[in-house]
Design a protein around this ligand. Structure first.
Ligand code: ADE
Ligand code: ZN
Length: 315
């Protein structure tokens, strides 16, 4: 039996398996430039973050209706439950859909159809985190936040994703200030491909409570000391890091060293359809001693946005 755990770094669009992509393409009359599911899987040969993002955005073309978003999220939640996930904080990328003429209402209500039923259907509690695409403008991010205002009862927090290098957190200072004033929790990808300074900036300027990836903090001992002292969680994604070549292979993954340093790390799947495994596959790939795995599972609830400590400890 997989350990009970929370998943805190998961892009719902990154759970689109090739079989579902073709089913949705057929349902919506969308032509995919791939002959079959094998041809899509053959494209999972990434050099870096950008080469992955190109495919990730391309395949989103099949997501058009509320039902599509509900089917996508329900398929993820079923798989996650089978891997021991009891709580999932799910990222979504509205700008990638708005740009294709799909409305915020379609995206949020579609996802909510599955997330709202997840506890009874799958035994998985959920939160929704809306990400801004950092390679788009700050104005676009602010417009997106405003477009989400009618749905804030469904959205727990905001995040920052997409191509990191050249798009420092400071670009989104005002957007994050506004999000905070609206009562939203704040996270951001930082230190995946970008330098440790982006992690510091995400903390100082955006006020994030959790850092997604954060690997490159290891290049700055003072930053590591701060993350340890302030108990800032890092949502680490081992298979993603190998597939996107942030680390050469799993044996070289710094997660054990990060735990030894006292960092509050969690293990997550990021974009499991593309990176070769869901969250428990990530746990198993690391080949860690049982006690370390338990520590990671415990951390996942501690680092979550579940409201109260009672609830966290009970899991
Ligand atoms: N969008 C989806 N997955 C991502 C990742 N690993 N880094 C940045 N943006 C993403
Ligand atoms: Zn990510």
């Amino acid at each position: 039996m997989p350990l009970p755990k929370a998943e805190l770094h998961l892009h719902i669009e990154g759970t689109l398996e090739p079989e579902l992509a073709f089913a949705l393409a057929a349902r919506n009359g969308v032509e995919l430039p791939y002959a079959d599911t094998d041809a899509i899987r053959a494209a999972y040969d990434f050099d870096d973050l950008q080469s992955f993002l190109n495919l990730y955005y391309e395949l989103m073309a099949v997501l058009r209706t509320e039902r599509d978003f509900a089917d996508l999220a329900d398929a993820y939640l079923a798989r996650a439950a089978a891997q021991g996930v009891r709580h999932a904080e799910v990222f979504f990328d509205p700008q990638a859909h708005l740009a294709r003429g799909v409305s915020m209402e379609t995206v949020v209500e579609g996802l909510w159809r599955a997330l709202g039923e997840s506890e009874t259907r799958h035994g998985v509690s959920t939160r929704l985190i809306m990400c801004f695409l950092r390679d788009e403008s700050a104005e676009s991010a602010m417009d997106t936040l405003m477009a989400a205002k009618p749905y804030l009862d469904r959205i727990t927090g905001v995040g920052l994703d997409s191509a990191e290098v050249g798009h420092p957190p400071v670009k989104f200072r005002e957007v994050y200030e506004t999000a905070a004033a609206l009562g939203l929790r704040r996270v951001a990808h930082a230190g995946e491909e970008g330098p440790p300074e982006y992690v510091t900036e995400a903390l100082d300027v955006l006020g994030v409570e959790r850092v997604d990836h954060g690997l490159r903090c290891l290049e700055d001992p003072a930053l590591v000391a701060r993350l340890v002292r302030d108990r800032i969680p890092l949502t680490v994604c081992p298979l993603s890091n190998v597939r996107l070549r942030a680390v050469p292979d799993l044996a070289a993954h710094p997660l054990p060293a990060m735990l030894d340093a006292g960092l509050l790390c969690t293990v997550n799947s990021d974009d499991p359809a593309y990176f070769g495994g869901y969250v428990d596959d990530n746990f198993r790939a690391l080949n860690l001693p049982e006690e370390r795995q338990r520590e990671l599972a415990r951390n996942s609830f501690l680092a979550s946005f579940l409201e109260d400590d009672e609830e966290k400890r009970a899991r």
